[in-house]
Design a protein around this ligand. Sequence first.
Ligand code: HEC
Ligand code: HEC
Length: 92
Amino acid sequence: MKLRKGDIIFIVIVVAIFLVFYLISGDVKTKAVPRNAQHQQVYDMLAAGKSKSDIDLVCVTCHDGVNIKFPPDHPVKPTGGKMSCHLCHRMS
Ligand code: HEC
Ligand code: HEC
């Protein structure tokens, strides 16, 4: 089978659309919760079926803004009440 020029243009457009969706999904900018020793317990909770809003309470025991600082431009501040980390930092 030989690809015609029109087919190639079509494929390029489809790929470009998917790329745009991927870039605006936010996943590209916000870091995922790393899979390492510090974060093993939160992944264990997730595997045990704990809800993600319960897991968020564990995040702030370490990420309290004092021992581990947030970037200065972090969208939510550590004193601003309940923080829904999981909405922006995915766990996978
Ligand atoms: C046992 C303590 C602990 C818990 C609980 C914890 N973290 Fe962390 N986290 C750390 C440490 C330590 C680092 C590395 C900090 C540094 O490099 O300054 C880190 C780094 C990160 C990073 C940055 C990763 C990177 O690639 O730079 C993100 C995002 C993060 N944590 C999110 C979370 C979220 C969301 C939760 C809750 C689901 C969580 N953490 C729970 C200790 C913890
Ligand atoms: C409204 C979205 C949002 C929420 C909610 C949020 N973050 Fe973030 N976070 C970001 C963005 C955006 C950045 C900057 C981009 C990046 O480095 O991931 C960031 C950066 C970070 C970093 C630094 C990553 C690095 O570069 O080392 C850590 C650690 C972190 N967040 C932890 C948390 C924790 C813990 C919570 C919950 C207590 C939380 N975040 C809640 C959006 C969010």
